[in-house]
Design a protein around this ligand. Structure first.
Ligand code: ADP
Ligand code: TRP
Length: 322
């Protein structure tokens, strides 16, 4: 059975882009793959400065995955910071990676362009920690959204560098990116992202969710005129979660005219609420079950540790620590 591994930062409420681009694949793949999934709270420290927020967001993300259908019997589900192996391997890899290699990372370049003098060493080193996360588990595939492609490619380069210097240890992972949901647009049509404030949050209160959907930017074609569904953000999002027949119906309504963007938004909201009805219910049920959630993560960490420690032992032998 092929193995997959992925991680998600606990950096805010999960949105439709996170769900369609990554979380849904993580959950669907548990049927056919050996799955490892973790909450990347070590990476989140590059931005989160409030310990209460770190705890809350980590907990919320765990509840969100479980509510969406992650089965802890099938997926090894754990928290990054429970395993010192990640930072240990990160240091070893740090010692063989050259500075210009990391300077090419999109996230680092963006941070520089925005003139953030405040950028940290942790942010610069982010791709190496991510490489350590991946390589410890020797996965075949890393399911992520398009924005993470470069990080997986860098991981392959880092693995090749290590294997060349010290001898074969690491398997080269492949990114697994679903074309149609590689970049889910946000309410303002750029990529949906917590950092752009253009998200549709799948577990938000209904009134908040409504506000987000109603704020999707559309053009000014009057209600009675025919509209091009391909150019409309509401339609693009609808297409990603509605069934084929409903998508066809909406497409016809757009082309015919006499159907406004406001109507399309209401339909999208209804479809989102329907799609996530069970998950939203489970989210409410699971949220107070602190003991259960912590047990699931602790148990996941124990299983993950066996795999991670085994790879780290091989690395330590190769570099001469054993
Ligand atoms: P954000 O950009 O909101 O901070 P994260 O960086 O936490 O999102 O991403 C978590 C996962 O969700 C990653 O695998 C990422 O590729 C995926 N993802 C995030 N936003 C989108 C999007 N708009 N479309 C597709 N996938 C996305
Ligand atoms: N950088 C990823 C993100 O922002 C999170 C992440 C950390 C990750 N380590 C990983 C994803 C390992 C895949 C594999 O979404």
């Amino acid at each position: 059975m092929k193995r997959i591994l992925s991680g998600v930062q606990p950096s805010g409420k999960p949105h439709l882009g996170n769900y369609l681009g990554a979380m849904r694949q993580h959950i669907e793949m548990q049927k056919d793959f050996e799955c490892y999934l973790f909450i990347a709270d070590l990476h989140a420290l590059t931005t989160v400065r409030d310990p209460e927020l770190m705890r809350k967001q980590t907990y919320d993300l765990a509840v969100s995955y479980l509510a969406l259908g992650l089965d802890p019997e099938k997926t090894v589900f754990f928290r990054h910071s429970d395993l010192p192996e990640h930072t240990e391997l990160c240091w070893i890899l740090d010692c063989i990676i050259k500075m210009p290699f990391l300077e090419r990372a999109h996230a680092w370049k963006d941070a520089q362009e925005k003139g953030r003098k405040e950028t940290t060493v942790g942010l610069f080193n982010y791709p190496v920690l991510q490489a350590a996360d991946i390589l410890l588990y020797q996965p075949d595939l890393v399911p992520v959204g398009q924005d993470q492609k470069q990080h997986v490619e860098m991981t392959r380069d880092i693995a090749i560098t290590f294997n060349n210097i010290f001898g074969e240890v690491f398997k080269l992972p492949e990114p697994f990116i679903k074309e149609e949901v590689a970049v889910v647009p946000g309410t303002d049509s750029q990529k949906m992202s917590k950092s752009y404030g253009n998200t549709i949050d799948i577990f938000a209160e209904e009134s908040e969710l409504k506000k987000q959907v109603m704020s999707i930017v559309t053009d000014s074609t009057p209600l009675e005129k025919p509209k091009d569904p391909g150019k409309c953000n509401v339609f693009k999002l609808y297409k990603l979660i509605a069934d084929k027949k409903s998508v066809k119906d909406l497409e016809q309504k757009y082309r015919k005219g006499g159907f406004g963007y406001g109507d399309a938004k209401k339909l999208l909201l209804k479809t989102i609420l329907n799609h996530f009805a069970d998950a939203r219910e489970r989210y409410k049920e699971l949220t107070p079950k602190k003991k259960l959630i912590h047990e699931i993560l602790e148990n996941g960490a124990k299983i993950a540790k066996k795999v991670a420690a085994e790879t780290l032992e091989k690395v330590k032998k190769k570099v001469g620590y054993r």
